[in-house]
Every structure is written in C-alpha cells, then in structure tokens.
Design a protein around this ligand. Structure first.
Ligand SMILES: Cc1ncc(COP(=O)(O)O)c(C=O)c1O
Length: 453
C-alpha cells in the first residue's frame, strides 16, 4: 500500500462508514451512492454483474438501502414487495423485530467466540435442533454458508461409512464449492472446474430404480458408496417435486446397501414448504440433513448439518476437528439469530403460514392459468416454494420484468426465465399478496400482447 493509497482508502472508508451511521442521507449523498455503486461494481466487483442484474431489474440505479417485513426499499424510499425472499432467506421477513432484538442483545454481550472456552449458545442451538428435527437426528455442526454445510455432509458420509462414492441427481443444486458442484447436476456450473470429485454418479431425479441400479452396479464392481445426496424438492432446477413415495423408496435403498442418505434442506427447510422440514412431510429420516438460508432469520448467515448418532463415529468423537473447524461456524451472534428464529417460527407456526399462503397463491395462479393458458403454461409448488412455467424464457423474462416495473421482486433472468419462482416471506401480508396477484395479472397480459400468444 502506497502512502497516497493509504490516505485515499482512509478517506473513503470514513465517508462510507459515515453513510452507514447517518440517520438521514441528503439527496446529493444518495445520488453519489447510486453513481459510485455502479462504478464500484463495474471496476472492482465484476463488469458483467450489473449487466446481468439489469436484465432482471431494467434499471441498475435501484440501490438497496433498507428492508422491513415483506419489502425492501431503495435509497429514495421506493418499495419493492419481496416475492423472491433472497431465494429462501427471508421466511421470517426482513429484519424481523423479534429476531433483531435478540441479535442486538447478543451483540451487546459478545459477538464472536474465543475459540477456546465453551460458547453456550452453540450447545443450546444444537439441543433445540435435535428437538425440532425428525427421528434420532442428534449431533450438529454449524457452518457459515450452504455449500460449506454440504461439504461437511459429504465428508461425514465418507468418514462414517468408509465408502468413497456419491450418487447425486440430474438438475441438483447444492452450492458452488468444489465438493458441492461435484454433486451439482448442471453441466454449465461444472465444466470449467473438471476434474471435480471423481467418484460421483448422477441419476435421474425422481427415479428410485435408477438410484438403486447405480449403487448396485458400483458395489458389484467392488466400489463402496458413501452417500446419496438429494434435495427433497429440487429448488434451483425449477421447483421439481418428486413422485410420491420416492424419498421413502430411496431411504429403503440406502438402508439395504448401507449408504448414508443426505437430504439437503437448505432451501426446503425451516417451514418454507409447509412443514418445518420437507422430509417430515415425506415421513423420511435422513442420516445427515443440511440446513441454511432461513435458519439465521434473514439477519445472520448460519448453516449447518445435523446427523444421526450412528454417523458420529468414534474417530470423530476422538478428534472433533477432523470434520472441520471453521473459525466463524456457530459463532454466538449467528447462533443468537438462529435461536430467535426457531422461537419465532414455533410461536407463530410459520410452516402453517407458508402452507396457507402458498395454497392461496396457487389457487389464484390456477385462475390466472385459466385466463392466460398460452402464457402461464403451468405452475407447481409446496408451501411458499412456488414456480410458474412459461412457454419460452423470453416470455418468463417479460413477466418478471413487468413485475419488477410494478415493484414486485421475483426470480428470473434472461439466461433462465422459463420458470419463474415465487418465494416470498411467510409474513407477506394479505394486502401485499393481493397486490402481487393483480400486478402479476397485468404483467402476464403485457407478455400476452407483446408475444401475440
Ligand atoms: C438446496 C441448496 N443447497 C445448497 C445451496 C448453497 O447455499 P449457499 O449459496 O449458501 O452456499 C443452495 C443455494 O441456493 C440450495 O438451494
């Protein structure tokens, strides 16, 4: 660092910290933040990023500044109803006051742990997780991101079973670290990084016979399978709900061949699909379960795994660090957020809220589909994990864009907008739901007209 750069960096940091700490920004300051944010992203984040975003938002000048309950606001106070929910983070809403209160109280005590003394919140959180997850799921390991939790699940499966192979599914998404993309079922995310973990086979999602054949064939030639990894509903692939009984059948197959079943509930868990965990709905107990996204209440990042006692082998008990030792995993601030989130979810029956609001939205989507059958081809979902299917990506993109112009945020980019997800907070008000449905009707009507459908 040159002396000049040091001075410039200090000036810049002081100015930005000033923006954060200021109650009210002036119009000039807001204008400066918009202009500078665009330049900063282009020059120091990724020149492609804004172009990519712009394809959704039509206007890169919307800069997020605050969020509350079911919406977020740009610098100038323009409100967007959140029907994307950060891909599942905001189930309890934006800056949920009950969760925020707990996190602030913890912040006033200590934020991060010594790494050496006993940090009580991690223990309490693990105990409560064992209470709210099905069957004998018991031991927790906390991490910071979803992909990191998946890494731990994969390592634990190898450690506990002695197997080396994994079976994953076509279309699967488990994150983008090396282990997680090795499990990923989309070529586009994998190709540039090959060779990945070599011992992975991908089978058709929803096809239990294909799963059994893959395991059986490997075992017949002397290979041992460590784990099967599946999302109970494939989220990123476009809300793909497997046939009834599929997961139960996979459970039986795993038991038959001594393979660990890893269910990735990072997106489907914490009430999102209408039950606390999707595996509960399917009446299946995994050997290892991952969770994340909504787990930190939309306030702190925290993810993790929970496993059955049989997975917690002596080797791991003898050396607890053999699985992983992330510096920030299960830190007090993140644990306080997760504890307050669980409390809020149980007190307010968030899974039921997701189910009821999801059923209502899907009933209305049924009406829209009847009204615009050439545009809205189909829709599907569970709880508040819903997806609309359009005939072409361009049509879905037009609808998403139309919604954004009407200040409703959904997920869809020009790259892949054939299926558009609706994944709002459970605390989305009835008023907002009705506003979204009216605006969706208008956006679909626009697309119908534009594409002469
Ligand atoms: C099912 C599933 N697993 C893993 C991940 C990866 O999580 P993260 O982006 O926090 O690494 C995601 C993210 O969308 C996900 O949906």
């Amino acid at each position: 660092m040159t002396a000049m750069n040091k001075e410039l960096a200090l000036q810049e940091a002081r100015r930005v910290v000033g923006y954060i700490e200021k109650e009210e920004l002036t119009k000039d300051e807001k204008d400066a933040i918009v202009k500078e944010s665009i330049a900063n992203f282009n020059e120091n984040v990724n020149p492609g990023w804004l172009e990519y975003r712009k394809s959704v938002s039509t206007d890169a000048a919307f800069v997020e500044w605050t969020d509350t309950e079911d919406h977020f606001e740009d610098l100038y106070g323009t409100q967007f109803i959140d029907c994307l929910g950060g891909f599942g983070i905001f189930t309890c809403g934006h800056r949920n006051p009950a969760i925020l209160k707990t996190v602030k109280a913890q912040l006033d005590k200590y934020a991060l742990h010594s790494q050496e003394l006993v940090d009580p919140l991690r223990g309490y959180l693990a105990k409560i997780m064992a209470m709210i997850t099905p069957g004998d799921l018991q031991y927790c390991f906390f991490t910071n991101g979803g992909a990191e939790a998946v890494e731990m699940a994969l390592k634990l499966a190898r450690l506990a079973t002695g197997g080396r192979w994994f079976i994953s599914s076509i279309g699967a998404f488990h994150g983008k670290s090396m282990g997680a993309i090795s499990m990923g079922g989309k070529g586009a995310y994998r190709e540039d990084y090959i060779p990945l973990i070599q011992q992975v086979q991908h089978v058709e999602y929803g096809n239990a016979e294909a799963m059994e054949a893959a395991i059986k064939n490997l075992q017949t030639v002397g290979e041992k399978v460590a784990g099967v990894i599946l999302e109970p509903i494939q989220g990123e692939a476009g809300v793909i709900i497997p046939p009834p009984g599929y997961l139960k059948k996979v459970r039986e197959i795993c038991d038959k061949y001594g393979v660990a079943l890893i269910l990735d509930e990072i997106q489907t868990g914490m009430g999102r699909t209408g039950t606390m965990w999707r595996c509960e709905y399917e009446d299946v107990i995994p050997d290892i379960m991952t969770y994340g996204k909504a787990f930190g209440g939309g306030i702190m990042p925290i993810t993790g795994i929970i496993a059955r006692p049989k997975m917690w082998v002596d080797k791991l008990i003898d050396n607890p660090w053999i699985l992983g030792s992330p510096t920030f995993g299960g830190n007090p601030l993140a644990c306080s957020a997760a504890l307050a989130t669980i409390k809020f979810m149980l007190e307010n029956d968030i899974p039921r809220m997701c189910k009821e609001k999801g059923d209502y939205i899907m009933e209305k989507l049924g009406e829209l589909q009847k009204k615009y059958p050439t545009v809205l081809k189909s829709f599907r979902g569970a709880g508040l994990l819903i997806c609309m299917e359009f005939p072409e990506a361009e049509v879905g993109y037009r609808v998403t864009k139309g919604l954004f112009e009407r200040h409703v945020m959904t997920a869809g980019t020009l790259v892949n907008a054939k299926t558009v997800r609706i994944e709002p907070p459970a605390v989305l008000s009835q008023e907002s739901i009705d506003a979204v449905l009216i605006r969706l009707d208008e956006a679909i009507a626009d697309a119908k007209k534009e594409f002469k459908l």
